[in-house]
Design a protein around this ligand. Structure first.
Ligand code: BTN
Length: 340
């Protein structure tokens, strides 16, 4: 069931920049013009400003700079049945909230987005800087009911899809640093954290979390991140519409999940991997369980493991670990990347 705010936004955005009369909105909603005015007040409180003229009606003047559920819903092109979206002002971690919602029986798929996280988590128990309402913190919950082996390349697949979505949305050229980083020029703009609970030999539920640095101003980072992190707005040279981006992200993640669980992703995987993989042919150090391995990346295998060729020519495979690109003479310093 659509909220009144969603219906009003749908009408205003469809006609934008033209005017929509209060009586049209009232009849779409089946309410009085006074009730329309009250819903407009709610939208104002969420960060919209409107031009209003007695003879012409309303039109949008400004949109909220932070995420707002009815606006994201309005921008969503299609959605699976039963999908629900929850937008929170603040939460400890959207992944943790998704786990709580799953445990409470919320039907999947659903997405949880928050304007801020107080305990955003990254890989290896690290924290994810989540203080800026200009970024996206999102978790998607699914109940895939397949054997865990089927999901081994899931995070890579999602990362590739997100890279393609970003390049279409903002005209930027991101890359994936195996296994979960989205980078621009050696600086991290996004990180993914997939967590699954397994019952006997089937995945009971799976949470895919994504943190994306979108509009945080340069200078808006804590000092330890300022050289390693980057926001999409810095790359594209313009602030991005966070709500449109959130809708594009949700659409793409839901589609990519469906393609993956149907097993239809294989034909596109190699093509996307060739386009967005940042490591192939690069000299790297991989840190795994306290051990360092050096080598040249020769690719990933069917199970998503990284293949490293050592200096004797022997290929080793790694299921997990953290990769650092080696500095070389001709390599710009920004290629010195780390996960965080
Ligand atoms: C990493 O690079 O180590 C992964 C970072 C994942 C961060 C996202 S933000 C939304 C979701 N909620 C969390 O607590 N973590 C993920």
């Amino acid at each position: 069931m659509l909220s009144a705010e969603h219906v009003i936004l749908r009408e205003l955005l469809a006609r934008d920049p033209k005017w929509v009369s209060g009586s049209v909105l009232a009849s779409k909603l089946g309410v009085s013009r006074v009730a329309v005015w009250q819903h407009m007040e709610k939208l104002r409180a969420a960060g919209f400003t409107f031009e209003a003229q007695r003879s012409r009606g309303y039109r949008i003047a400004e949109r909220p700079a932070t995420i707002y559920a009815p606006l994201i819903e309005t921008h969503l092109k299609s959605r699976p049945r039963n999908f629900s979206l929850l937008v929170l002002n603040e939460v400890d971690s959207t992944n943790d909230e998704a786990a709580r919602q799953l445990a409470a029986g919320r039907p999947a798929p659903f997405a949880i987005l928050a304007r801020r996280q107080t305990r955003g988590r990254g890989r290896f128990g690290r924290s994810w800087h989540s203080d800026s309402t200009s970024n996206l913190y999102a978790s998607f919950a699914f109940r895939p009911r397949v054997e865990p082996e089927r999901m081994q390349t899931f995070t890579l697949w999602m990362g590739l899809n997100i890279c393609e979505m970003l390049s279409n949305f903002a005209g930027v050229s991101p890359g994936i640093k195996w296994p979960n980083d989205i980078l621009f020029d050696g600086r991290k703009a996004g990180g993914m954290l997939t967590e699954a609970r397994v019952d006997a030999d089937q995945i009971r539920d799976l949470i895919f979390g994504l943190g994306l640095n979108v509009n945080v101003p340069s200078g808006g980072w804590p000092s330890d991140l300022s050289r390693r992190a980057i926001a999409l707005a810095d790359v594209s040279g313009t602030r991005l519409d966070l709500n449109r981006l959130a809708a594009a992200l949700i659409g793409r993640v839901l589609l990519a999940y469906q393609t993956f669980t149907d097993g239809d992703h294989l034909s596109r995987f190699a093509d996307l991997w060739n386009r967005y993989d940042l490591l192939r042919g690069k000299s790297v150090t991989l840190l795994e369980g306290g051990r360092r391995h050096r080598g040249i990346v020769s690719g990933v295998d069917d199970e998503g493991a990284l293949l490293l060729r050592d200096d004797q020519g022997k290929v080793h495979r790694f299921r997990a670990g953290e990769v650092t690109l080696e500095k070389t003479g001709g390599t710009p310093p920004t290629l010195d990347v780390h996960s965080f």
